[in-house]
Design a protein around this ligand. Structure first.
Ligand SMILES: Cc1ncc(COP(=O)(O)O)c(C=O)c1O
Length: 360
């Protein structure tokens, strides 16, 4: 079986050190926040070349917190791509704001910047691009569109730990950057986790206070915040795993390059990723997805779908976007299939995947 994701194999060499450090935490009886969490936050900020990092319970909370601390008027508009994970849209709605969908750019997995410009109104307060599959949105182009309007950029970096734009790491490009640290991400915990980065000290202080029930000092609550803290045990796991991130991102790029160069089948369309993507997913588009699915299953090759529905097609949001079409986002939803791109895959596995795809 060629596995889609193999966290056990990724972590084999660091497993003993992780277990040793978890045992220390248990002996210390220290399970929430603490020195290990602050050390991880510092290491992650350094990795992103950002001034500050604040951990939290998951990526959905990271996005919601980033929006809530801006204290925007109710129903302010937030521009998001029509193809992303549901959390991007849910965070906007749960923060009392209105998601405005923008289609993707042709042949790319990311938001169309020209279309963003058309959707900006006097109510637009935030643009929330998503670096989907690890492919980076050109934040500098978005900044040019905003000019001196008071619009914030919060980027959803949940699939792009380590991706770069003009040699600058994601996490240092926007006003606030939000990451999921869900187990299957390029950097993932052994449970739910998330982290937010920023260069703005005011945002840093507000976010740090908000994720701890609005409190800097015990029993003093200055904001109606969330209980969204990182477990100490997860911080220990993440500190170890962060050391492997660059190495594994490089392996993902090597696999992606092999797919780019060797999948040669007119029935399979490839997407254009940004230059310094970290390939969280390698997504192909295929008209007869069910038939390809069967062929992969027969050959014991696991696969995924990211995502089978665009935001306007989600059951709970259909009514909000009635009569709206998002051609490129819907094309990905209807035809996408994610190939294995786990960094521990070996060349024989990758060759076998390519040969099965080329025989389709
Ligand atoms: C693009 C995107 N945004 C947000 C999230 C939400 O993160 P989490 O599952 O940690 O809440 C995810 C992860 O699944 C994601 O891929």
């Amino acid at each position: 079986m060629i596995k889609f994701l193999n966290i056990g194999k990724q972590d084999a060499k660091i497993k003993n050190s992780i277990v040793k450090d978890i045992k220390k935490i248990i002996s210390k009886n220290n399970f929430i926040l603490g020195e290990e969490v602050y050390n991880f936050e510092k290491s992650f900020a350094k990795f992103c070349n950002a001034n500050y990092a604040i951990s939290c319970a998951n990526g959905t909370d990271a996005l919601t917190i980033a929006l809530k601390i801006l204290n925007l008027p109710k129903n302010s508009e937030v521009i998001i791509p029509a193809m992303t994970y549901c959390s991007t849209a849910f965070s906007v709605i749960n923060a009392g704001l209105k998601p405005i969908l923008v289609d993707l750019e042709k042949n790319k997995p990311t938001i169309c910047i020209k279309e963003i410009k058309k959707k900006i109104t006097s109510k637009t307060k935030v643009i929330m691009p998503v670096h989907l599959y690890g492919s980076v949105v050109d934040i500098n182009e978005i900044k040019k569109i905003i000019k001196n309007k008071k619009i914030f950029i919060i980027d959803d970096c949940s699939q792009a730990h380590g991706s770069k734009l003009d040699n600058k790491r994601v996490g240092s490009l926007a006003d606030i950057s939000c990451f999921s640290l869900y187990p299957g991400k390029n950097l993932g915990a052994y449970g739910d986790a998330g982290i937010i980065t920023t260069n703005n000290i005011k945002f840093f202080k507000k976010i740090k206070n908000f994720r701890n029930l609005g409190s800097d000092k015990k029993f003093i609550h200055t904001q109606i915040g969330f209980n969204s803290r990182l477990d100490t045990i997860q911080a220990v796991v993440l500190t170890h795993k962060l050391k492997n991130l660059e190495k594994y991102n490089k392996k993902r790029s090597v696999i992606a390059k092999y797919y780019d160069e060797n999948i040669n089948n007119d029935k399979i369309k490839k997407l254009n990723y940004s230059k310094q993507s970290v390939y969280h997913q390698y997504v192909i588009l295929i008209k007869n997805r069910i038939k390809l699915k069967k062929l992969l299953e027969k050959n014991k090759i696991q696969y995924g779908f990211h995502y089978p529905q665009s935001i306007n097609q989600l059951d709970c949001l259909k009514k909000n976007f009635k009569n709206k079409k998002f051609k490129y986002a819907e094309n990905i939803a209807n035809n996408c299939l994610s190939l294995p791109i786990d960094p521990t895959l070996n060349i024989e596995d990758i060759k076998r995947i390519v040969s099965v795809l080329n025989s389709f």
